[in-house]
Design a binder for this molecule. Structure first.
Ligand code: 13P
Length: 151
């Protein structure tokens, strides 16, 4: 099943996303981790990206706002192997109008074996991993057998 691998470089391309109720928590976490964030390449959905850029005084490549397609853009970039890691503080207490997009993004992270943090503790564990400071070979599962079914 495992057919390929890809190298996640030292300088990681990190997508950062937060729903509105969790933006303060994300910004707190980002400030506490600003030194390591500065060594990596950041991408963000519209509003999250703007707030991060202001808070960190570091460039963040901004995509569309989540409900307007930003989550789907991040998912597309994951499928094109342009994102290495996702920090996504999603809201467990409120329904989102673009819930299918949120689910699709989280699904693609599993498909492409992308490390994901959805809360502060998991983000801390990722960011204190020695793998943050070295190349990492991530295996890639070959899901094509799922698609080869004969009907
Ligand atoms: O809705 C989002 C993720 O699902 C985030 O979008 P914004 O960063 O534009 O608020």
């Amino acid at each position: 099943m495992i057919t390929e691998s890809r190298t996640i470089p030292v300088k990681k391309r990190i997508a950062i996303v937060a729903h509105d109720n969790r933006k303060p928590e994300l910004l707190d976490w980002a400030w506490a981790n600003r030194e390591l964030l500065a060594k990596n390449e950041l991408y963000g959905t519209g509003t999250t990206g703007k707030l991060l850029e202001e808070k960190l005084n570091q460039p963040v490549q901004r995509l569309l706002s989540g409900p307007l397609g930003g989550d789907q853009q991040v998912g597309g970039m994951i499928a094109e192997e342009k994102i290495d890691m996702l920090i996504f503080f999603w809201d467990p207490m409120s329904a989102q109008p673009h819930d299918p997009d949120v689910k699709a993004l989280l699904r693609l992270c599993v498909v492409w074996n992308i490390p994901v943090a959805s809360n502060r503790a998991s983000a801390d564990f990722l960011f204190t991993s020695p793998l943050m400071h070295q190349d990492y070979t991530a295996v890639q599962i070959d899901y094509s057998t799922y698609l080869d079914r004969k009907f």
